[in-house]
Design a protein around this ligand. Structure first.
Ligand SMILES: NC(=O)C1=CN([C@@H]2O[C@H](COP(=O)(O)OP(=O)(O)OC[C@H]3O[C@@H](n4cnc5c(N)ncnc54)[C@H](O)[C@@H]3O)[C@@H](O)[C@H]2O)C=CC1
Ligand SMILES: N=C(N)NCCCC(=O)O
Ligand code: NA
Length: 503
């Protein structure tokens, strides 16, 4: 039996607080289209209180309670969070599947990744202490210099709905490891597990105000964060349009942002591949999590010589993907997250048809499922590179296919995009894979696979896919500022101004 959605409030200053205006939003299960609970909906007034709480937590006792503690002190809390996530894994995975429609097997995997991410940044928090005061070599003996790494301050973390708790973990764990205090604003479509993260923070006794979790609508609960002068940085994952709005607001107060935005990532399949293996990665690259991954490799480029055979295999295999209630055993495709996304994706498919593309499989609501925002895994062929379906992010189970003749042509078509997040190259020729990896415009390149993601390696994009890197040591640096401390160590006077004459 799936867990019930707990009744929660906003989590501010270590306490549950009802939103000042008393607003709540429904929790909708995309599998049944039913309302299965509700979440508190913060407005600017609540966010203001959360920001104050985070500021007090950052500066309390001149930082000695959190921001300036040894990393090892903060690591203990991160490890305690990881342990609780594991302890509550099956319940959290069920809530995530109920709220987002992701197959239970995927959300269980996500919970392991969440715990792994907190553990990883606990290690980095511990290591941070030994990196302090790193010397900078200077060309003058009269001076010595070193660098301090300090938390950037109060950070606003705004996250999307595709990996609700995991995207929160990618930001919360490094922010807290660095010594920042934070306000997390999860997506209104999937806030349930982030509110459970709040209950975990309460349970493990995270100092009040270190992490505040405010749920609600983007314009009401999210927009105050980039605009507020007392928030020192905003980290955002989501759509390019919202990223632009966040950057614009942050620019007014010269606030740094890191943005992980949309993508339309290519997957290049060369003629020397093992067709079975390559076809499965092509499917996984776009149909895993229903294609609702910013790095989904949704533009398939197949070398012409194997295109017919490859596409035939791919289409047949795709038709056999198990599409069902996320709780059904073996489910590999659940519903998309919301009615809005459902309509948007179907509209993409119908525009593709109007523009002359051919739906090779899928493209509709599956017949065997009456309710729910389900869309069959879809492959679209007969496209040209000016079509919307080739250029724009669908964020759904829609794979678009083109062919190429040469390596150069494949790279040119792949790079002809405003986006530059991920990319995959599949070939048995290691030199070719190396060349393509170097030439692809992307922050993440997969060789002979697509989508596996490790919290040790950097994650993020270029061009309109955003900037800044999450995960790995780069993810920690997102929340640190460096300060140079330069000392004059000579006994001699500086001697620039001749002493005034002693009359
Ligand atoms: N690249 C990615 O990881 C994602 C891309 N998307 C794309 O974005 C499209 C729209 O989906 P949405 O859920 O509306 O994405 P969104 O980018 O608007 O939402 C992401 C987060 O930003 C918040 N937000 C919205 N407006 C805001 C504002 N003005 N100021 C501050 N925060 C704000 C939302 O409440 C949510 O927490 C999708 O169809 C998909 O194409 C959606 C989610 C993730
Ligand atoms: N967990 C894996 N493999 N990927 C997460 C990708 C999250 C994103 O859309 O940015
Ligand atoms: Na939901």
């Amino acid at each position: 039996m799936a867990s019930k959605v707990p009744i929660r409030q906003l989590f501010i200053d270590g306490e549950w607080r009802a939103p000042l205006k008393g607003k709540r939003l429904p929790v909708i299960n995309p599998t049944t289209e039913e309302t299965i609970g509700e979440i508190p909906a913060a407005t600017a007034e609540d966010v203001e209180i959360a920001i104050k709480a985070a500021r007090v937590a950052f500066t309390r006792n001149r930082g000695k309670d959190w921001a300036r503690t040894p990393g090892a002190f903060r690591a203990k809390y991160l490890r305690a969070i990881a342990a609780k996530v594991i302890e509550r894994k099956s319940e959290l995975a069920e809530l995530e599947a109920l709220d987002s429609g992701k197959p239970l097997d995927e959300t269980a995997w996500d919970m392991d990744d969440v715990a792994g991410c907190f553990e990883f940044y606990a290690d980095l928090a511990e290591a941070l202490d030994s990196e302090q005061r790193a010397p900078v070599s200077l060309p003058m003996e009269a001076f010595k210099s070193h660098v301090l790494k300090e938390p950037i301050g109060v950070v606003g973390l705004i996250t999307p709905w595709n990996y609700p708790l995991l995207m929160a973990a990618w930001k919360v764990a490094p922010a807290l490891a660095a010594g920042c205090t934070a306000i997390l604003k999860p997506s209104e479509l999937t806030s349930v597990t982030c509110l459970e993260l709040a209950s975990i923070c309460k349970e493990i006794g995270l100092p009040p105000g270190v992490l505040n979790i405010v749920t609600g609508l983007g314009p009401e609960a999210g927009a105050p964060l980039p605009a507020h002068p007392d928030v020192d940085k905003v980290a955002f994952t989501g759509s390019t349009a919202t990223g632009r709005a966040i950057m614009t607001a942050a620019a007014q107060v010269i606030k740094p942002v890191s943005l992980e935005l949309g993508g339309k990532s290519p997957i290049l399949v060369f003629e020397d591949v093992d067709i079975e293996k390559a076809a499965e990665w092509a499917m996984f690259g776009c149909f895993w999590t229903n294609g609702q991954i910013c790095s989904a490799t949704s533009r398939l480029l197949v070398q012409e010589s194997i295109a017919d055979e490859f596409i035939k295999k791919l289409v047949n295999w795709t038709k056999s993907i198990k599409i069902s209630d996320p709780f059904e055993k073996g489910c590999r495709l659940g519903p998309v997250v919301s009615e809005g996304q459902y309509k948007k994706i179907l509209n993409f498919i119908s525009v593709a048809k109007e523009e002359g593309a051919t739906v090779l499989c899928g493209g509709r609501h599956p017949e065997h499922l009456k309710k729910g925002y389900f869309i069959e895994p879809t492959i679209i062929g007969n496209v040209n590179p000016s079509m919307q379906i080739w250029r724009e992010e669908v964020f759904g189970p829609v794979l678009t296919v083109m062919t190429f003749r040469t390596e150069e042509e494949a790279i040119d078509i792949a790079n002809d995009s405003h986006y530059a997040l991920g990319g995959a190259v599949l070939s048995n020729n290691a030199d070719l894979c190396n060349r393509v990896s170097e030439h692809l415009q992307a922050g993440i390149v997969w060789v002979n696979c697509s989508q596996p993601c490790f919290c040790q390696a950097p994650w993020g994009g270029n061009k309109r896919s955003g900037f800044g890197r999450e995960l790995g040591k780069w993810g920690l640096e997102n929340y640190l500022i460096v300060k140079q401390v330069t000392e004059y160590v000579s006994n001699d006077p500086w001697g620039w101004y001749p002493p005034p004459s002693k009359l």
